[in-house]
Each structure stands twice: as structure tokens, then as C-alpha cells.
Design a protein around this ligand. Structure first.
Ligand code: GLA
Length: 391
């Protein structure tokens, strides 16, 4: 973990809370995430391979004597306040991540009182590193502590996901929230989204770094296209189910079934489903590569995932493709692909440690030349999940 950055962020959030409310808050840290492989598989009951990173949202929280929810976002320098028992979506958007969690907790029968939150973070926003999931998870964790609700870590992640699905309106899977809550230092999480079982896979090769290149774009169709992809996957399953009722999700489906039941009916739905079914298999193969420390083959699979996301699932964009093309023939880069929902955000790259600087320089120059834009590079260190900050 980048201890210095986290400490100064913690101090800043803590001080702001003290300034505003004159009392000492409870502090909770929740990280952003990367995903090595297994993209758009979570909502298809598939597998994913994310990890929490050393970039965080920090929430300072404390009780109030009334029924008010009083919020302050340090980055936006905006306040927002509502009544605990009567609130709707906010025109500001950022409060919705907190209010959505409150609504979900209330719907699950938990008794809350009024509270203050001040929060800040160093997870780049709109970069596909799940800053919103981190805020939801930090909020759920903080409310659980503050009001002693007795909620498990899994339920914290599920509550945060439901907030995003129901209140914010993005029908995301569980990957981001699970990674934020369950992250561990230097370990990837192999999560089975069919039953939430998971296993940790060590990822601490000293010769490699995870480097993210941020396109610095977020195309506006991102959330509508995301929900549309989800529906297309469901349509594929429905087509198979007509003849094979035992197939409940794309996790159960085979390429053969897609060829037989989906391809003749809908070419687009076929491409979407083909990508997902191959990606679930690819992740399993990639985990075997990791067991053998075969990062070269692992990296090739990352490029394959990008191809699939670009041409079959069609959630990439020009800027992401440029970033991947720029490293494709670079021997210092073992693998690269777009990461997360798509239509902008970051690429994830496995880079040889002694050549990180040279790669960053080459990509920065190439991206500028090909798109006229500036990329931002981040080194992602794999870190621990959501927790109380003590001391
Ligand atoms: C976003 C969603 C996740 C997941 C990824 C794609 O990050 O929030 O649930 O579906 O996209 O893998």
C-alpha cells in the first residue's frame, strides 16, 4: 500500500470532518480495483480475477442527534443533505452512491439514525477503477460499524452492488464491490460469481508491474451500452433454454449450443455470447498459467481478451485500441487489454519492472501523436480491502 498517500488523505478527511462537525469521526478506507482477466463475465455467473489496489476512498462518519443525512464530498467541494426517511436520487450524482446504500440497508430492515459523512479519495474518477464501488463499500462498511448492524463482508458487497443496480441504475455484476471488500495484499481474487466462492492467488512476481494507462475519456453511452450487453447475454440464454432448459446462464453454456441455438437467430447476440463463453474458459486457463508462473502465456491471453472485447463484445473504443496497439509488439509488455466496463477508462498492462519508465514514455508519446490526447499512467500495487482505519 502507498502508506504516505493514504496517511495524508486520511488526515485531510479527518480534519475536514473535525472542522465541520467538531467531533472525532470513525474512518473507513475502501480501495479501487484492477481486473487481470475475466471481463463482463461477472453478471453471467462466470469467474473474474480482480484485486484491490493502493488507491482508496476514505469515509469519515459520525452519528447525529436528528434524522438528517449530511454529506460532504471533498473532491467536488459540495455538500448535500436529506432526511433519512424521505430521499430521492440527487441531481449531483455522487450522493446517490451513499443514498443507494442507505436505501438498501433500510429495505433489508436495518435501523439507522441520522449521520454525517465527509469523504475524499485518490482513485481517479471515470477511469474504470471503481471509485463508485469503493464509495458504496466504504459507506456500507461504515454504517455497519456506526450502527452495529452485524452485516457480513459478503453482505456489505452485495448491498453495495444492489445500491448501484437499484438506485444508481447500472446493472453491474458483483466484481467491483467484492474486490474492494475482500482484497488482500499481493493476492488476486478468483471469484466464482455463481456462488460467491473465492480463492486467493498469490501475485507477487518482483519482475513485473501492473501499469494502467488512462485514456482520459469516458464515452457517454457507457452505462446504457453496459445494460444492453447484459440484456443481450440474457437473450442468448433464453434462446438456448428453449431447447436446453437446464442452461441457466452463460456459465452453463457451450460454444456448440451457441452455434446451434443462437447463431441462426441473432448474429449480434451470438457474438456477445461467444465472447463471454470463451472468456470464462480463458480465465480458467489463465489461472493455470499463473500456477506455473507462466506470465508470457498469461499475457497473451490478455491480448486475446482485448480482441474479444473489441470485435465481438464491442465495448472498446478508439482510444483504448490505440493504447493496446501501442504496446502489442513491445517485448517489455507481456500483456495488455482494456479493463472494466469499456468505452473509456484504462488499459491494464503487465510490464517488465526494469522497463516501466521506457514503456510509459513510449506510450505517452504514441498516444499523444495518434489521438491528440494525454494519457496518465498509474502503477497499481495490490492491496488490502475495506477496513476501519485505526489509530
Ligand atoms: C464494470 C462492472 C462490473 C463488471 C465490469 C466488466 O466494472 O461494474 O460488474 O461487469 O464492468 O467486467
Amino acid at each position: 500500500m502507498n502508506i504516505e498517500a493514504t496517511t495524508s488523505l486520511r488526515d485531510a478527511v479527518n480534519e475536514k470532518y473535525l472542522d465541520y462537525h467538531g467531533s472525532t469521526p470513525l474512518l473507513v478506507r475502501s480501495p479501487g480495483r484492477v481486473n487481470l482477466i475475466g471481463e463482463h463475465t461477472d453478471y453471467n455467473q462466470g469467474l473474474v480475477l480482480p484485486a484491490a489496489i493502493d488507491k482508496n476512498i476514505i469515509v469519515a462518519i459520525g452519528k447525529r442527534d436528528d434524522n438528517t443525512i449530511q454529506l460532504y464530498a471533498m473532491d467536488q467541494q459540495e455538500s448535500y443533505s436529506v432526511d433519512l426517511d424521505a430521499f430521492d436520487r440527487s441531481p449531483l450524482l455522487w450522493p446517490d452512491y451513499i443514498l443507494g446504500v442507505v436505501q438498501q440497508l433500510q429495505q433489508r430492515g436495518h435501523q439507522l439514525g441520522g449521520f454525517n459523512i465527509v469523504f475524499g479519495g485518490d482513485i481517479p474518477q471515470g477511469a474504470g477503477l471503481s471509485s463508485s464501488a469503493a464509495l458504496e463499500c466504504a459507506t456500507a462498511f461504515a454504517l455497519n460499524e456506526l450502527f452495529d448492524l452485524g452485516i457480513s463482508r459478503l453482505d456489505i458487497a452485495l448491498t453495495a452492488q444492489a445500491a448501484e443496480n437499484e438506485f444508481v441504475g447500472v446493472k453491474c455484476g458483483l466484481m467491483d464491490q467484492f474486490a474492494s471488500v475482500f482484497g488482500q495484499e499481493q493476492r488476486l481474487i478468483k471469484l466464482d460469481c455463481a456462488d460467491f466462492s473465492h480463492e486467493y492467488i498469490p501475485f507477487n512476481n518482483p519482475d513485473l508491474r501492473i501499469v494502467l494507462f488512462d485514456t482520459q475519456v469516458k464515452h457517454s453511452l457507457a452505462s446504457s451500452a453496459y445494460n444492453e450487453r447484459r440484456e443481450q447475454c440474457e437473450r442468448g440464454v433464453a434462446l438456448i433454454q428453449k431447447c436446453r432448459p437446464e442452461v441457466k446462464s452463460l456459465r452453463d453454456a457451450t460454444i456448440r449450443q451457441l452455434d446451434e441455438y443462437v447463431r441462426p437467430v441473432d448474429a449480434t447476440v451470438y457474438s456477445r455470447c461467444y465472447y463471454v463463453v470463451s472468456e470464462i474458459k480463458r480465465l480458467q486457463d489463465a489461472c493455470n498459467d499463473l500456477k506455473k508462473d507462466d506470465f508470457a502465456t498469461f499475457g497473451k491471453r490478455m491480448f486475446e481478451t482485448h480482441e474479444g472485447l473489441q470485435h465481438l463484445y464491442e465495448v472498446s473504443c478508439h482510444e483504448l485500441d490505440v493504447l493496446v496497439d501501442l504496446v502489442r509488439d513491445n517485448d517489455a509488455v507481456l500483456g495488455a487489454r482494456m479493463m472494466g466496463g469499456g468505452f473509456g477508462g484504462c488499459t491494464i498492462n503487465l510490464v517488465k519492472v526494469d522497463q516501466v519508465e521506457a514503456v510509459v514514455d513510449a506510450v505517452t508519446a504514441g498516444y499523444k501523436q495518434k489521438t491528440g490526447r494525454t494519457t496518465q499512467a498509474y502503477i497499481a500495487n495490490i492491496s488490502a480491502g475495506t477496513n476501519l482505519i485505526l489509530d
